[in-house]
Write a protein that binds this ligand. Sequence first.
Ligand code: DAH
Length: 335
Amino acid sequence: MSATISLQQLTDQLDQLEAEAAKAIGAAGSASELEDLRVGLLGKKGKLSAVLGAMGKLPGDERPLVGQRANVLKEQVQGLLGERLSAVKAAAMAERIASETLDVTMPATYTPAGHRHPLISTIEEIVDIFSGLGYRVEEGPEIETDHYNFTALNIPPHHPARDMQDTFYLSEHELLRTHTSPVQIRHLEKNPPPVRIVAPGRVYRRDAVDATHSPVFHQVEVLAIDEGLDFSHLRGTVTTFLQRFFGDLPVRFRASYFPFTEPSAEVDVQWRGRWLEVMGCGMVDPAVLEGLGIDPERYSGFAAGLGVERFCMVRHGIDDIRRLFTSDLRFLEQF
Ligand code: DAH
């Protein structure tokens, strides 16, 4: 026979359990501690189950009294656990918020947005206008042979015009191109007329550096060859282009000489009270076409070479060409 147990003893145990649970739950500081307590108090092998197990030893009419008391205790304990869990969670959140505060007044890290160099955007603008007139873009090498840079453009060896464009020689026949005009020859060799191209690029001259000269600069070459083209087409195209680029600056054509055009002209725009030369142009010399096997009786055309730096300087009011090459951000950031 197992030892008997009285109703009083069991009720005392439950009272004790209640006091113990309230104290332990109140002291718990985390969700996991509370879970351990729940298992220890209310779980299958927990303390409440132990008391209920002993209940079987009571006389039948006393059992419901203990059962009722146990149920009330269970609900109390569950209530205390729930409340404590909310409090613990709230405290953890408050602590996290306090430790993770963001200083929203701190200055953001600043990455300046870059932009195109003014020379590049000038080239793009020039090319855009000619694209709108039906021209396509072509490019050629910066290291040229003297054939393409001079001879094929009607400037034979020892011709005095070679002096106008002294350059840097890499070998006897290789040089840094002095103008974008050789692209005319390269393009016509591969593409029979009609052609309409613009060729932007970098060119080189053996020039001393000053406010208006640089040994490296940029040009955009223009070439149109077709049947029936004459000087009026050249003039109309150049004038239309200049008006689109500059708006209403006064423009004048001045007779000039280039070995690869006949007749030839230089074009000036009026800027800050004086005439500023911005391009050379002319009707392609029949000798150049003949050299390419193109019949000058059937085809004619015009060409032009634009000085990009001049266009850029007029557009932005820059008075010293060197500013465009020194990569000084204090200057470049203004554009
Ligand atoms: N190539 C010449 C230079 O750099 C400019 C030029 C003049 C180009 C007349 C042309 C042209 O296409 O027709 O001085």
